[in-house]
Design a protein around this ligand. Structure first.
Ligand SMILES: *Cc1c(COP(=O)(O)O)cnc(C)c1O
Length: 457
């Protein structure tokens, strides 16, 4: 089909939506390192993991051989309520930038939770329900994951207990109430409902909480309540697997019009949207069928790829979770009060970490105010109010398109627009008032945090 036939939005029909998720690990020569039991330093067994996670999800987590997993019909039906998500040709942005580059973005914000996280939330809730469980527990910081999981559990009639970092609970009443609309119970963390919560409150009365503490409370509640398991919204292999629906749809849409991206860009917090977006393209690269450039964009305030080390570390501050080999800044690393709440995790998916270590993808870090400048520019040109997290990818894509303007290269750029920013207007306000921080950790700070890593190898 000729170039000028490409519509502003490429939608797939329901029949063209993927029936399977793609497991990138199956095509990786160097497999991501296994999760380790922090006590024995041996790989976590399925049995150990099943105390915390649903059985079917444990299978997906440990399977690095099966390339395709059938998406159950019930999940595909739920996907149809908000998918396929549009692949947008950013004609307006290209025009404004006067670039010869062709820019596409895959927009995942078209659902009430406002982000891609719903793609994995429904899958995890579905398997919990299948197993006959009563409910699930989780933590939420910025609130996107808690909202997505609440929607999924509300739909399936599954109980959902969310531990929300206390300062977010108080400062983000809208997120909190949306979760309640969908039937979740939302507890400010630390709370009096768990041993770990009571201990932390006794030690630090008046603390406003942390993600690490909320994780510990959610895990404790799951393992001590019959019929409950814990679920997590990013980082894990299973989450990347579910998010492959993003990349599979994008690739089908591009193939339909004979378009091949040269560069694929995504923001990276725990790595789930980026891992999902690049999956089928990276698969082709690994099998030697095609070549692409992949760029992870992270905040300069929490630069796991660009300034962290590839080591085994805890996934949580409370050090109750298994050890994962990943690019990390140290589980004790406390990013400054950065507004891109979803990108504040100290570590990174082990799949993406291995790909990065093998030189198969690149990473850049960007500063906060530049990100908001790009966000506002994008909102004015393309209309969508982007989430701050997503705006990291916007900035990198715009920079790439500007380089094409200088070199005259007609590159095709694909980036992931992971969500909308309606719940992030306090951050936009700070940006407008000129009080947004651009804090970048010093080498000493990072070294101090890395010195605390567990010794494994
Ligand atoms: C959570 C979130 C992210 C980052 O998480 P990943 O697991 O790295 O994808 C990015 N964008 C939005 C809108 C989010 O909610």
């Amino acid at each position: 089909m000729s170039e000028n036939k490409i519509p502003y939005k490429i939608y797939l029909s329901e029949d063209e939506m993927p029936h399977t998720w793609y497991n990138l690990r199956a095509d990786m020569k160097n497999k991501p390192a296994p999760l380790l039991n922090p006590g024995t330093l041996q790989p976590m067994t399925a049995q150990e993991l099943e105390g915390v996670f649903c059985s079917e999800l444990v299978k997906q987590e440990l399977d690095d051989q099966t390339a395709y997993f059938e998406i159950p019909r019930e999940i595909r039906d739920f996907y149809k309520m908000y998918r396929p998500s549009p692949l947008v040709r950013a004609y307006c942005l290209e025009e404004k930038l006067q670039t010869p580059a062709h820019i596409y973005y895959k927009f995942e914000g078209n659902n009430t939770s406002g982000s891609h996280k719903l793609n994995s939330a429904i899958a995890q809730a579905y398997y919990a329900k299948q197993q006959g469980l009563k409910g699930v527990t989780t933590e939420t910081g910025a609130g996107q994951w808690g909202t997505a999981l609440s929607m999924a559990c509300g739909y399936l009639g599954l109980d959902c207990r969310v531990f929300m970092v206390k300062c977010s609970y108080e400062q983000k009443p809208f997120r909190r109430e949306v979760m309640k609309v969908y039937g979740s119970s939302v507890t400010p963390s630390p709370s009096e409902t768990t041993n770990v919560g009571r201990k932390i409150l006794a030690e630090f009365p008046g603390t406003s909480g942390s993600l690490g503490c909320a994780i510990s409370e959610a895990v404790e509640t799951a393992v001590s309540t019959p019929g409950y398991r814990y679920v997590l919204g990013s980082v894990l292999n299973q989450v990347l697997l579910h998010q492959s629906v993003i990349g599979l749809e994008a690739k089908t849409a591009m193939d339909k019009y004979g378009v091949k991206p040269d560069v694929i860009i995504g923001c990276a917090g725990g790595g789930s949207n980026l891992g999902g977006l690049i999956a089928p393209f990276m698969g082709e690269k690994l099998r030697g069928e095609a070549d692409y450039r992949f760029i992870a964009v992270e905040p300069a305030s929490c630069p796991s790829f660009t300034r962290g080390e590839y080591r085994y570390d805890f996934c949580d501050t409370g050090k109750v979770c298994p050890l994962s080999k990943m690019y990390t800044l140290g589980s004790g690393f406390m990013p400054s009060s950065d507004h891109a709440g979803g990108l504040r995790f100290h570590g990174m998916s082990s799949v993406l970490s291995q790909l990065y270590a093998d030189g198969l993808m690149e990473a850049v870090s960007v500063k906060q105010t530049e990100v908001f400048e790009a966000a506002e520019y994008f909102a004015r040109v393309e209309g969508i109010l982007p989430a701050p997290e997503s705006s990291h990818a916007i900035l990198a894509a715009v920079n790439e398109a500007k380089r094409c303007r200088e070199t005259g290269e007609e590159k095709t750029i694909l980036f992931g627009l992971t969500g909308t920013g309606y719940f992030d207007l306090v951050a936009y306000e700070k940006f407008h008032d000129g009080v947004m921080s651009n804090y970048v950790p010093t080498d000493e700070e990072i070294a101090r945090s890395l010195a605390q890593l567990p010794v494994v190898e």
